[in-house]
Ligand binder design. Sequence first.
Ligand code: 9WO
Length: 247
Amino acid sequence: MEFAVVTLLPEMFTALTDFGITGRAFKEGIATLNLVNPRDFSVDRHGTVDDKPYGGGPGMLLKVEPVLKAVDVAKQQCQSPAKVIYFSAQGRRLVQTDVNSLAAEPAVIFIAGRYEGLDQRLIDLVVDEEYSIGDYVLSGGEIPAMAAMDAIVRLLPGVLGDAESAEEESFTDGLLEYPQYTRPESVSGRRVPEVLLSGDHAKIKNWRRQQSLGRTFLRRPDLLDKRGLSTDEKKLLEEFLQDLSLD
Ligand code: 9WO
């Protein structure tokens, strides 16, 4: 899959391309990344890429021309037609189903905003989809673009091992993860739940499912509202809540 990012800070993207699971995917060519800097397309000798907002107000906007040219170059560098994404607080929240759709695209271009953002006409002209990663203010769109690429790259064939892929699938059934434990058996007097030491795999599976349901009910009831519960799951959840009120 081909990615391009239009950014004033291309050096930031080594965090994605040089480390961990995503680093390996880029090294192996499963994903490629082109970085295009609007600074290289400024129209004056000072390399100006920002300008004052019409109507006044604080801060500066990215100039239209250098960003338009950078997006054109990014499109030319892609072998396939590319979807153009902009990250801002005004976008719809990016969720896993959006990530799944993006992973099915042959090419995606991200425009990473800086300063106080983009001229609205630039958004209207070149942006296909505008997304937010959460309701907080950042300094730019680079980290949201990296978050999206990380989520996409993990879905590409050959990036995760078979075991990890299967696990990933089981976690996308709309529930939160169950709690996990490793050695030692006791940490500051807190013991690993006995069931996990029992060797009874059917019982362990059932306990983990119950923990997932209970946690989702307590922490993200919105996920259960969307998903619904089977008769078996209702029983598991009721038992979880009963055990809670006993403790
Ligand atoms: C700053 C500002 C100051 C005065 C008046 C209006 C203003 N708008 C902004 C602004 O939105 N700055 C953004 C900084 C411009 C685009 C990149 N920046 C950004 C992206 N901050 N937060 C995000 C972001 C993106 C996706 N999900 C969450 C946050």
